[in-house]
Design a binder for this molecule. Structure first.
Ligand code: AKG
Ligand code: FE2
Length: 209
């Protein structure tokens, strides 16, 4: 589903620029509301079918479920799972090409999962890099919640290199991108169910196993 309007292209360019400096970017309305709603509906269907499972901390193989660190439930996306998710994957492909074209990052794939934070769930401060695998290069999170208010909690808190913090409301259609190795971040406890689609662009590299 092609979206390359001049507006979309301008926000892609802005995003690429911001990832160079300061290394992060928040784009409200980056994904049109209709597409974001379809993704939210799809996530809920899979949630009702019990397909989401407690998220693990760490890399496949060494991964373990640790509720003291995070308490969301997730489902990894694969091509062909649904029209809505395929549409989103096609959009992220445009983003990947833009990043590679402008920044020569050698990003070769996106790994991506739906995440549901039930009421009260959180994800403590962390970096999106594993000790033994540094292929995660750009983190990209799309939020899928209508009318999110500050009192709903669940903000993404970015810890910036200058010591300040930046809070992002997980509002429908907002996309956040940041350099995975640069910014520690956390998800504050959500006061209502919070839906997102979290992904990481992986650069080429040896698999560590
Ligand atoms: O949902 C978010 O805002 C961020 C989630 C996150 O940090 C992660 O899954 O690594
Ligand atoms: Fe993270």
């Amino acid at each position: 589903m092609p979206l390359p309007t001049p507006v979309w292209q301008a926000s892609l360019d802005h995003l690429v620029e911001q990832l160079v400096e300061p290394g992060w970017c928040v784009l409200p309305g980056f994904i049109p509301a209709q597409i974001a709603r379809e993704l939210a509906d799809q996530a809920r269907l899979w949630q009702q079918a019990d397909l989401l499972t407690p998220a693990a901390v760490g890399r496949a193989g060494g991964a373990e479920v640790r509720e003291a660190i995070r308490s969301d439930i997730t489902l990894w996306l694969e091509p062909g799972m649904s029209a809505a998710t395929d549409r989103y994957l096609a959009l992220t492909e445009q983003l990947r090409e833009a990043l590679n074209g402008a920044l020569f990052l050698g990003l070769e794939a996106l790994e991506c999962h739906f995440a549901v934070f039930p009421e009260g769930a959180y994800y403590k401060k962390h970096l999106d890099r594993f000790r033994d695998d540094d292929r995660r290069t750009i983190s990209v999170v799309l939020y899928l919640n209508e009318h999110w208010q500050a009192e709903d909690g669940g903000t993404l808190r970015l810890y910036l290199p200058d010591g300040s913090t930046q809070d992002v409301l997980p509002e429908l259609g907002t996309l956040v991108c940041f350099r995975s190795a640069l910014l520690p971040h956390e998800v504050m406890p959500a006061a209502r169910e919070r839906l997102s689609l979290t992904g990481w662009f992986l650069r080429r590299g040896e698999m560590p196993w």
